[in-house]
Design a protein around this ligand. Sequence first.
Ligand code: ASP
Length: 316
Amino acid sequence: MQQYSMVIHGGAGTILKEDMTPELEQAYIKGLEESLAAGYAVLEQGGSAINAIKAAIVVLEDNLLFNAGRGSVFTKKGVQEMDAAIMNGKDLSAGSVAGIRNVRNPIELAAEVMINSNHVFLSGKGANDFAIKQGIKLEPDEYFFSQFRYDQWKEIRDSDNYSLDHTNKGLEELMKDKKFGTVGAVACDQNGNIAAATSTGGMTNKKYGRIGDSPLIGAGTYANNATCAISCTGHGEPFICAVAAHDVSCLMEYKGMNLQQAMNEVVNVKLVKMNGEGGMIGVDAQGNAAMIFNSAGMYRAMQNSKGVKTIGIYKD
Ligand code: ASP
């Protein structure tokens, strides 16, 4: 039987064991486990890669610990603006949303764009109007409030910094446990179809409608049955300029690299040269999987039909 596999991430960054309490570590592991189980169950029952990644992402979006959906960070204006994308490697169809508000599960809206709009990428008010028209679940502002995200934002809201500005000493100290809690999922199903999805609140104190790599097809999210399905996390700007996810696909298609080699080249060579801190998860249509990052840690988990199951946070 075709090997099937499920891989998820919950963000990468300066995630160090010494900064973590045992309780928090357990909470992250539990969150990753629940998401992995939700996605893997779909694959096990013969479901599609698209449905598996949606199921996995919804669980992470509903978990306050991750910077996506409910746990999204605050913008300069003190609100949550979320981005998400999904792509089907079977037919190269894709859906993205950016700068949306009050949508409980941004990945559901991205999937709705993919299937039921004649477009690929909707933003801001238009995307929210589409959500209302399609009956996508909305929630009031209070649903998205978390004290720890609010406190994180309060520390820097009066500055021009956003949470990845490495030049500001004060900020750097503040962000000692700097992590990009974006969530992502990739899967290869029993039919050898692959898909990728990414969902994020972006970066704390972002302004001017800043959009990161996550909803950009080719940058933070990409899937093509002929090569790979990739979801990225990290400092979005360099990932955009590197067209990181699609570059992995190109290295496989044009240079004949395998998944692991191509991801390694992009994450540990190309992005490093661009100061692009972060990582990515990937699968190919044979069910091979990889999780690669150049930061101190990346919340991650994978399971496949050969009985391999791993969950990790730090560099091994
Ligand atoms: N890549 C995301 C962004 O730049 C952040 C993250 O991965 O957490 O918006």
